[in-house]
Design a binder for this molecule. Sequence first.
Ligand code: OFO
Length: 168
Amino acid sequence: MLSASLIERMNAQITLEFFSSNLYLQMSAWCDHKGYPGCAAFLAQHASEEYQHGRKLFTYVTETGGLAVIGAVEAPKTQFAGIQEVFDQTLAHEVGITAKINALVKQAMDESDFATFNFLQWYTAEQHEEEKLFRNILDRIRVIGADGKGIYWIDKEIGKLAKGAAAG
Ligand code: OFO
């Protein structure tokens, strides 16, 4: 059984994961609208993953006898200056999520809730992968450039990541 305080924080994380999903889906809409289908496909796929992150937490809270509660999900931003800003913001967002997951892990450890500590290890590993992924995308943007013809190639490169993730 989760402590009341841990349930509250896990519920806040569920809400945050659904926000992440909406944020990336909204970013994918902006990319589609601007004519960047590769980025749109990648971000839409990532939005589905975030939804699953929320559902996995939701199931865990429920299975451990807590009441999963979905809070108000903030509306995501709809306009971006360009691809660089979109991916700068995805990385910043993921770094913030990592801090939230770390705080949850620490609380589970402090409470000697080893089942929850163990459950959260999946999120710890996932955050490492996600930060790595978004840093890699920003590196590609820096090398190829997001102006003029560069944007065409960047969009193709990021689109390949979406296909890779789908196949993996
Ligand atoms: Fe992007 O990993 Fe969940 O939030």
